[in-house]
Write a protein that binds this ligand. Structure first.
Ligand code: FEO
Length: 407
């Protein structure tokens, strides 16, 4: 059975949800599933915008067939060639062999790399600023390299103000019927998934996203809809999402607050982290979030680190090094280009406490624009009452730093 929705009078969402996949890109947990969005425009010509992951192909094909109602498919625009969107291209070519494919030079190269048999079909290579008319609708192509692969572009329909934004403005989470942002409580139910999607998938490429936002600012007043490849379609309050993207892509915290990420083997480092959280709350800083790095997937830690201004890394010493899971978290921050945060350090070691120095060196030497507070809480196995003044001093230093933050 088909499952489609109108976006506008002549534009249809024909994507599908996947509730079965547990790990997106085989690495990021998606307990609420994910949607693969594809769209079709019925003008004098018929135009498909992107395809879907192989897992959703059957539903997608049924949707497309239903919307076309026997009409031929004239064009297929590929904004992004990553297989979660491009995997069904060849299936389209088999079923609609006369379709013309519109995409970038790099995308065609990737199609061949993935062994899609596109040669022999009509390929229309487009560049920044090129346009194409399908009847009453005219679209313009805007290159969006590294958002999130080098071949990516976005397509803007100048007739009705629809921006097909590829991975930009997407989110984890299956739609389950609710297609539009105004059909959900996005700020309550979706923002964490949207942030986790952006920061872990596209987070490394902040400067490229900034470039795209700059290009979009020129047509901002004309954008009426944002149609991403994952998650809800936006038709209101666009400035909310664009504001989030601006913060994330410029590595600016969304909120003043403290993430306490702790690595604890027997509960003593955790107890110190809890004591610090209480001290912060006593001082009026209640936007405090504690996470055990050993049982929190790093994608959640990264997302929270993008959200908050201050991070406490509390780690035991392990084989004279940083606890491996904490080290992995720090490595992920580096991989995703995270910047502009203030850190405090809690270290623990029963006979050779090394984790504090090692974490401080990592933060200073491996990451960009990070501030490490001078105060540090250093434990020998467990937090003792005589360390209360160090704990207080660390809490004071964090609160003071938050007060002095300009943002
Ligand atoms: Fe959703 Fe970069 O693919």
């Amino acid at each position: 059975m088909y499952c489609v929705r109108n976006v506008t009078e002549d534009l249809y969402w024909i994507g599908a949800n996947d509730h079965r996949l547990s790990l997106f890109e085989n690495i990021h947990p998606i307990p609420r599933g994910v949607s693969y969005n594809a769209y079709v425009l019925l003008d004098e010509k018929t135009v498909l915008f992107d395809t879907v992951d192989w897992s959703a192909c059957r539903q997608f094909l049924e949707n497309l067939e239903y919307v076309l109602q026997g009409r031929p498919l004239d064009y297929m625009i590929i904004n992004h060639m990553e297989p979660d969107h491009g995997a069904s291209i060849e299936e389209i070519l088999l079923r609609y062999p006369k379709v013309k494919i519109i995409s970038t030079e790099k995308a065609f190269m990737l199609m061949r790399q993935f062994d899609f048999h596109v040669d022999g079909h009509e390929l229309i290579e487009v560049k920044e600023g090129d346009s194409q008319t399908f009847g009453k609708h005219t679209v313009t192509f805007i290159e969006a390299p590294m958002v999130h692969w080098p071949e990516a572009m976005v397509t803007f329909d100048t007739t009705n103000g629809v921006l097909f934004s590829a991975d930009a403005f997407g989110s984890f989470g299956a739609l389950d019927g609710k297609l539009f942002n105004d059909e959900v409580n996005f700020d309550r139910d979706w923002i964490d998934d949207a942030r986790r999607y952006y920061t872990n998938i596209v987070g490394k490429y902040g400067p490229h996203v900034q470039l795209l936002l700059k290009k979009a600012s020129g047509i901002l007043k004309d954008i009426k809809y944002i149609c991403p490849l994952h998650g809800p379609v936006w038709r209101s309050n666009l400035e909310y999402l664009i504001g989030k993207y601006d913060a994330w892509s410029s590595y600016r915290p969304e909120e003043k607050g403290v993430l306490i990420a702790y690595a604890s083997m027997y509960g003593n480092t955790e107890a110190a982290a809890s004591a610090l959280a209480s001290k912060l709350c006593e001082r009026g800083m209640t936007n405090v979030w504690m996470y055990d790095v050993s049982n929190t997937h790093v994608s959640y830690l990264i997302s929270e680190t993008f959200r908050l201004s201050h991070v406490v890394v509390a780690s035991v010493t392990y084989n004279l090094g940083i606890y491996p899971v904490m080290h992995n978290y720090l490595m992920d921050m580096k991989a995703l280009n995270l910047q502009n945060r203030t850190f405090a350090i809690v270290e623990n070691g029963s006979w050779a406490c090394k984790s504090g120095d090692l974490m401080e060196r990592f933060l200073n030497e491996e990451l960009k624009n990070m501030t490490v507070l001078n105060d540090r809480l250093s434990l020998a196995s467990s937090l003792k009452a005589e360390k209360a003044h160090e704990l207080d001093a660390l809490a004071d230093a964090i609160v003071e730093s938050i007060k002095n933050d300009k943002e």
